[in-house]
Design a protein around this ligand. Structure first.
Ligand SMILES: NC(=O)c1ccc[n+]([C@@H]2O[C@H](COP(=O)([O-])OP(=O)(O)OC[C@H]3O[C@@H](n4cnc5c(N)ncnc54)[C@H](OP(=O)(O)O)[C@@H]3O)[C@@H](O)[C@H]2O)c1
Length: 271
C-alpha cells in the first residue's frame, strides 16, 4: 500500500496515476475530501505523527510532503518506518540548496535519506499552479498584480512533479537520486499573464507590485520568513533557479509540460 500525504496540486494527480497503475492508495490530509475511485482517505495531521499510525499501517511506500517548517519530521519518518514503510519519495524544494543550505529543507532531506532504506528526493522550483493566486483578480478585473514582472523563471507543472513521484514510487531506477525539477522554459510574470489572456481570448492587464506590496499580500498565506525567501527567489533568482534543469527529463522519462499546457487545463479557474 502507498500512502500519499496531501491531496492538492501534486497529491491529486499522483493519487490518480497510482490508482490507474493498480496500486492500493491511502491519501492523508486534515480535512475530508473526494478522491479518485479506488483511493482511501484518512484524516490526519502531519503535526501529530502518532495519530497517523493507523493510516500508515500496512504501507510499504510513502510520498511525503512537509508544507510547514514546524512539522516534527523525524518523528513522522520514525512512525512511517515502524508501520513498515521502506521507500519514501520526499517533496523538498530547489531552495534546499540553490541559495545556501536552507536549515529546514536540509534537515528534512537528511532525515529521510538517513532513515529510509529506499528514497528519492524531489526538489521542484516554483509551481505553475502559483498562478492560481491571480485567479480571483483575473476573474473579477482581468488583472494580474505581481512583483518582478520582467524576471523569467521556468515554472514546473505540479502534474509533472506527481508523475516524477509516481515513477520514483513504482520504479527502482530513481532510488538514491536528488532531482531538481522545473519547467522547459523561463517565463516572466508578464509572459505568464499573456499566456492566461491568450487561453481566455481576452485582454488581461499586468500591474507590477512593489516588493512591499507583494510582501503584504503573500503574508496573508505564509509566515514572513517564507515570504521573504520566496520574494528573493522571484526577484533575484540564482543561475540554477533561472535555468531549466536536465534532471526533469531524467525523472520523467520525457520532456516536462509547458506553462501553456498547464493554463489550458486550468483556464476555468480564470474565466
Ligand atoms: N508552490 C511552490 O512554488 C513550491 C515550490 C517548491 C516546493 N513547494 C512545496 O510543495 C508543497 C505544496 O504542494 P501542493 O501545491 O501540492 O499543495 P496544496 O495544493 O497546497 O495542498 C496541500 C495539501 O496538503 C494537506 N496538508 C497541509 N498541511 C497538512 C498537515 N499539517 N497535515 C496533513 N495534511 C496537510 C492539505 O489538506 P488539508 O489542508 O485538508 O490538510 C492539502 O491536501 C509544500 O510542501 C511546499 O513547500 C511548493
Amino acid at each position: 500500500m502507498i500512502v500519499v500525504t496531501g491531496t492538492g496540486n501534486i497529491g491529486r494527480p499522483l493519487i490518480e496515476s497510482l490508482v490507474a497503475a493498480g496500486q492500493e492508495v491511502t491519501a492523508v490530509s486534515r480535512r475530508p475530501t473526494t478522491l479518485p475511485d479506488g483511493a482511501r482517505h484518512a484524516s490526519g495531521d502531519l503535526a501529530d505523527p502518532a495519530g497517523l499510525a493507523p493510516a500508515l499501517e500496512g504501507a510499504d511506500r510513502m510520498f511525503l510532503m512537509a508544507p510547514d517548517p514546524t512539522l516534527p519530521v523525524a518523528e513522522l519518518v520514525r512512525t512511517a518506518r515502524s508501520a513498515g514503510v521502506e521507500r519514501i519519495v520526499l517533496l523538498s524544494s530547489q531552495r534546499a540548496t540553490s541559495r545556501g543550505d536552507d536549515p529546514f529543507l536540509a534537515g528534512l532531506e537528511r532525515t529521510v535519506t538517513t532513515e529510509a532504506p529506499e528514497w528519492t528526493v524531489l526538489r521542484p522550483g516554483g509551481f505553475a499552479s502559483n498562478a492560481l493566486l491571480w485567479a480571483e483578480s483575473v476573474r473579477s478585473a482581468r488583472t494580474v498584480r505581481a512583483p518582478f514582472g520582467d524576471v523569467p523563471l521556468p515554472p514546473i507543472d505540479p502534474a509533472d512533479i506527481a508523475a516524477a513521484a509516481a515513477a520514483a514510487l513504482l520504479e527502482d531506477a530513481h532510488l538514491g537520486r536528488h532531482y531538481t525539477l522545473n519547467g522547459p522554459e523561463a517565463l516572466t510574470p508578464r509572459a505568464q499573464t499573456a499566456a492566461i489572456a491568450a487561453a481566455l481570448g481576452e485582454d488581461v492587464r499586468f500591474v507590477e507590485q512593489t516588493r512591499e506590496e507583494a510582501f503584504a499580500e503573500l503574508s496573508q498565506f505564509w509566515p514572513p520568513a517564507v515570504v521573504d525567501r520566496t520574494l528573493d527567489a522571484l526577484g533575484t533568482p540564482t543561475e540554477d533557479e533561472r535555468t531549466p534543469s536536465p534532471d526533469t527529463a531524467l525523472a520523467l522519462g520525457r520532456s516536462p509540460r509547458t506553462f501553456d499546457d498547464w493554463v489550458a487545463r486550468h483556464v476555468g479557474a480564470f474565466s
